[in-house]
Design a binder for this molecule. Sequence first.
Ligand code: SAH
Length: 272
Amino acid sequence: MSQSAASAPHSPSSLFDQVRFVLNETSHPGNVGSAARAIKTMGFGRLVLAAPRAGADVLRDPEAIALASGADDVLANTLIVPDLVAALQGVSWAVALSARSREYGPPNAEPRESAAIAVQHAGQGEAVAFVFGSERTGLSNADVDRCNALVHIPANPVYSSLNLSQAVQLIAWEMRMACLAQARGDAPQVVTVATPLADAASHDALATRDDVEGMLTHLERALVELDFLDPDNPKKLMTRLRRLFAKSHLEREEVNILRGISKHILERKVRR
Ligand code: SAH
């Protein structure tokens, strides 16, 4: 049977390499070590810390090293970046993990469904990320809005907040199962959460999260220039636009069109 490029089997290692686990503003060095161990047991190796509370020293913290156990190689290779935008550089599909449900934000997905979608993106050679919040406050709404989907692990409804590294472990397990299924060529094709991948063979290069961030900053400036957006009273406009773009899953070419529109608005204003 012939297979399309989109459904051809991939080697597990190439898929596993496309997956980043991002811990945002983590406080406890022990959780960083445990997360390194959690992802290594599932075959992954890319851990990224965005603005860790303990600073870059967290990787040398005795508690982190002790809890990483045999995953000290993952710990040593952990990337430290100043914020979530930097952590998502080059990522085209990002999933926010939240212990709480949210009124606004990107479309919701189940953990298994999010892994199935992520592996489809990884199979196209795109980088994907799972983003976890801090122990005390979780992810801010602004951080959730930087992602394409929001996932809640459906735990005990009256006690649903998992330890950070245990949440990482569950998602890494779901991703392992999804990567192994994809490598065998029998991954489910997911068509929910506004994914365009039902027709993956025809899709152009997807915009990365940083492409979308740059476009939104540009668009925001243009909307202010048009007096459509009042910077002193922005209401939920940018949040709603983020959600709209998260659902439409922009391609790079589409981001360029939107940037072109903003550029022309700003230039016309200058000429006047
Ligand atoms: N007190 C925080 C929860 C922190 S738990 C709050 O109220 O939001 C630390 C992180 O682990 C969370 O930000 C989330 O990324 C992940 N996590 C914990 N439990 C989760 C669950 N049930 N579903 C999805 N993610 C969860």
